[in-house]
Design a protein around this ligand. Structure first.
Ligand SMILES: Nc1ncnc2c1ncn2[C@@H]1O[C@H](COP(=O)(O)OP(=O)(O)OP(=O)(O)O)[C@@H](O)[C@H]1O
Length: 293
């Protein structure tokens, strides 16, 4: 990966004061470059610091040390360059679908006329398949529709980076599946750079180009997704690389996330260069199941 990254997380650490004195370290010396147009998922067990990292990227929390560089500049607070989608939709209840999106777009582009804003918002309403519901209020929408509005609103401000914290976890399985597919299609079509937290292995396998595995201690590994780029949720399980990838992620969550610190003890470990693996089926040329690249 030689291209200059759009986002660069450098030596990031977050510590909290302990009751009674001292400090608790949530994560330390985290390094991660993210290329433009990349979809990165972050997986790790509860409490390892995923939301804290997302909040730092959003500018909603300050790191204890280290920095986040976006497009060559260190971030110092929230910005419309970085849009966030949380589990809950956080729509303004008194505004319509179009009104909610237009409010965000007008803040981003105050120089635009009403007509330009409206036409721009309509494009994103169409993109998330909400045409016909433009004038409905959030209370008239289903959970999945509200989340679509949140996605349209985040994308409509054309952020440099889209940050998502388990955006589909509160939805039923069917709605979640169709929204995941749509999110993937839209992000690919628009070349959107995405950083997303998830607990759902299949969601990460469907959406991510790279999956970052986290532990409470050192950052563990970066997993490259070996599945074809045009994968679909309904058929990706038939691909030869599906189970090697799934098993690798599962094994990390179930066992390796707890033992990772001892796994690397005594071995040279450079946090700037965490191991990159590409779990894949053993091919005729005998590529190992989790080949370090
Ligand atoms: N304001 C705070 N003061 C002290 N500790 C905090 C504070 N905020 C978060 N923490 C601690 O930081 C750790 C990481 O929290 P964070 O919410 O980032 O984890 P997470 O990986 O997103 O968890 P989950 O998957 O359960 O959402 C937790 O142990 C939490 O208790």
């Amino acid at each position: 990966m030689t291209e200059k990254p759009l986002i660069s997380i450098e030596a990031l650490a977050r510590r909290y004061p302990k009751r009674g004195g001292g400090e608790t370290t949530v994560f330390e010396d985290l390094w991660l470059p993210i290329q433009k147009g990349e979809f990165v998922c972050l997986i790790g067990h509860s409490g390892c610091g995923k939301t804290t990292i997302l909040n730092v990227l959003a500018g909603l929390d300050q790191p204890s040390s280290g920095s986040v560089i976006v497009d060559g500049r260190e971030i110092s607070g929230p910005s419309l360059d970085r849009a966030v989608i949380f589990q809950g939709h956080s729509l303004l209840p008194w505004m319509t679908v179009l009104g909610n999106i237009a409010f965000a777009v007008s803040s981003r582009r105050p120089e635009w006329s009403r007509e330009t804003v409206r036409a721009h918002c309509q494009r994103y309403v169409d993109l998330v398949h909400l045409s016909g519901s433009e004038h409905k209020k959030p209370s008239e929408l289903s959970g999945g529709m509200k989340q679509r509005v949140g996605i349209a609103r985040a994308l409509a401000i054309e952020p440099k980076m889209l940050l998502m914290d388990e955006p589909f976890s509160a939805l039923d399985a069917l709605t979640r599946g169709s929204l995941q597919e749509e999110a993937r299609r839209i992000c690919r079509e628009t070349g959107q750079t995405v950083f997303m937290i998830t607990h759902d292995i299949d969601e990460a396998m469907l959406l991510a180009d790279r999956i970052v595995l986290m532990t409470n201690g050192p950052q563990a590994e970066i997993v490259e997704n070996p599945l074809p780029r045009d994968r679909l949720a309904a058929s990706m399980h038939r691909h030869a690389d599906y189970y090697p990838l799934r098993n690798h992620l599962l094994e990390f969550l179930v066992t390796r996330s707890k033992s990772f610190a001892s796994e690397i003890e005594g071995r040279p470990y450079d946090p700037r260069k965490p191991a990159v693996v590409r779990p894949c089926a053993v091919a005729e040329d005998k590529v190992p199941a989790a080949a370090s690249v």
